[in-house]
Design a protein around this ligand. Structure first.
Ligand SMILES: Nc1ncnc2c1ncn2[C@@H]1O[C@H](COP(=O)(O)OP(=O)(O)OP(=O)(O)O)[C@@H](O)[C@H]1O
Ligand SMILES: [Mg+2]
Length: 493
């Protein structure tokens, strides 16, 4: 009775034959007990592991001292494979040596281990990608800054102007690449706003439809869509990546279906996606393109996985989509068959907060006369940033690092209207500097800037009341508009 109710399969084997099996063995093998008796136990072992197992069995019966525990693959009546751990003890049966085997199904444990390994691998690559993106963004920032300044000086020289504009275009492409890297590294979720996804999706679809005339976009926007808390730029990035992939999967022409809606997910549904049950907003993007086979489908979210020819795809699109969605507490699913098109579904947690309308300063470059303090640990950035700001009419003070920033601010408190603060500095980080500055003057305006951020840190500072965020590399126009939107809002009526 004890043997029959044991959690493990228990098998007694002599020669190659099973001479006893407990009740649990029926469950694992799919055979009844009397069917198991006198059969070779190797029938229940995967062909690839069979030989090694038999060899061990023979050696053990011959009295050799072998490790107690072994791992291999089992096979059941239906031909399904599963992972087992076998613990073996040498014993005797009717005067001849036999083995007593305890067999345990460890398939789910193995799966968990693999998942954990995969997650650790992604984490490591993510850290690497984030680090590269950060340094690269600083370089791009310096290039962009110099180009912006150069553009102010070109005068009638059209060739020079065009050259500089070209450089600006390449900087933009470089920044797109680092943006994908940051998305994949689960960084860069800087400005969490309560958003109406219908509005974001509609804007992005219109924009995309205008540039890709050969594609017809059909959209269906869910009524009374719940708000979500998200970084607008990253949501736009997700949509653009999915649209571009769909477009590439439909050479010539095709239809793109975009749909939004509310959905409540129960505990059972979310368990495999590792998120909380509750209210979600769902965005579906479906194309009528070439579709994917199973092998491709399984790998699409891996960074640098691409089936496109060299130079066409880097394989970062879906990896960054995946990272961004995860970083927003959501998940993504995919359905696709070869020749049948592809559907992506994105689920983002709904928010209880009210949607905020944003103040947008119109395109163009806006000048100002205020005094600004620029804080960064890199001289290269300090130089271009102050040149750019001076070109816009501002008076500029600089501080190299967090400690110096506090000193400068303390001495010239009354002159400084706004501080542009880098997030990551070795001596004293942006967050700490921010808190200390605010302690000195709760009314101080601070614009946060970074090429990348430690997860959520920028978002936290913004939550504490920081006035805005600008992502490096930024050009003169962007910087000028961001500054005006903060400084104008700050003015008394
Ligand atoms: N809508 C789709 N239809 C068919 N295959 C797709 C679709 N979206 C993605 N794929 C497949 O997934 C792969 C990975 O996509 P991903 O966006 O990550 O990289 P990419 O498009 O190849 O390169 P990148 O986006 O960096 O330019 C693609 O190469 C393609 O094989
Ligand atoms: Mg892509």
């Amino acid at each position: 009775l004890v043997v029959d109710n044991a959690n493990d399969v228990i098998v007694l084997a002599q020669e190659e034959k099973i001479i006893f099996a407990n009740k649990k063995a029926e469950e694992m093998t799919g055979f009844l007990r009397h069917e198991l008796l006198n059969r070779s136990f190797s029938d229940f072992i995967h062909p690839k592991d069979r030989e090694a197992l038999l060899e061990r069995h023979q050696k053990r019966l011959a009295g050799e001292n072998l490790p107690l525990r072994n791992v291999g693959r089992g096979i059941n009546r239906a031909g399904q494979t599963f992972w087992i751990e076998i613990s073996t003890i040498l014993t005797e049966w009717k005067g001849t040596p036999a083995t007593l085997n305890f067999v345990r199904d460890i398939t789910s444990q193995k799966k968990l281990e693999e998942q954990l390994q995969q997650a650790q691998k992604m984490e490591a690559v993510g850290t690497l990608a984030g680090g590269i993106a950060h340094d690269f963004n600083n370089l791009l920032m310096a290039i962009q800054g110099n180009v912006s300044l150069g553009l102010l000086e070109t005068g009638e020289n059209k060739r020079l102007h065009d050259n500089l504009k070209n450089i600006e275009e390449y900087v933009r492409k470089g920044a797109d690449l680092t943006k994908q890297l940051l998305g994949f590294a689960r960084r860069g979720k800087y400005e969490l706003k309560t958003l109406d996804l219908n509005e974001v999706v509609e804007k992005q679809s219109l924009l995309f439809g205008r540039t890709k005339k050969e594609i017809t976009i059909h959209s269906k926007y869910g009524d009374g869509l719940w708000p979500v808390e998200a970084d607008r730029v990253q949501i736009e990035q997700i949509l653009l990546n999915l649209y571009v992939n769909a477009w590439q999967a439909m050479p010539g022409e095709g239809s793109l279906y975009v749909e939004t809606g509310n959905i409540t997910l129960d505990a059972e549904y979310v368990v495999s996606h590792n998120v909380e049950p509750g209210k979600y907003v769902k965005i579906s993007v479906t194309d009528t393109g070439v579709g994917m086979d199973k092998k491709t489908r399984e790998r699409i979210f891996e960074p640098f996985f691409t089936t496109k020819e060299i130079g066409r795809g880097t394989g970062l699109g879906l990896a960054s989509v995946y990272g961004i969605v995860q970083n927003h507490g959501g998940f993504i699913t995919v359905y696709s068959e070869v020749g049948e098109g592809t559907s992506f579904h994105i689920y983002l947690p709904a928010s209880e907060k009210k949607i905020v309308k944003e103040m947008v300063v119109e395109k163009g470059t806006a000048r100002g006369k205020e005094t600004l303090l620029v804080v960064d640990d890199e001289n290269m950035i300090l130089e271009v940033a102050s040149d750019m700001l001076e070109a816009l009419g501002y008076t500029v003070l600089t501080a190299r690092g967090g400690k110096e920033a506090l000193n400068v601010y303390e001495n010239q408190k009354d002159d400084i209207d706004l501080v542009i603060l880098d997030m990551i500095m070795p001596d004293l980080g942006g967050g700490a500097v921010y808190d200390k500055l605010k302690a000195m003057n709760p009314e101080l305006k601070v614009l946060l800037s970074s090429g990348y951020s430690i997860n959520g840190q920028a978002a936290e500072i913004l939550e504490r009341g920081c006035n805005g965020f600008i992502q490096k590399p930024f050009n003169l126009g962007e910087l000028s508009r961001k500054l005006r939107s903060i400084l104008e809002l700050a003015k008394p009526e």
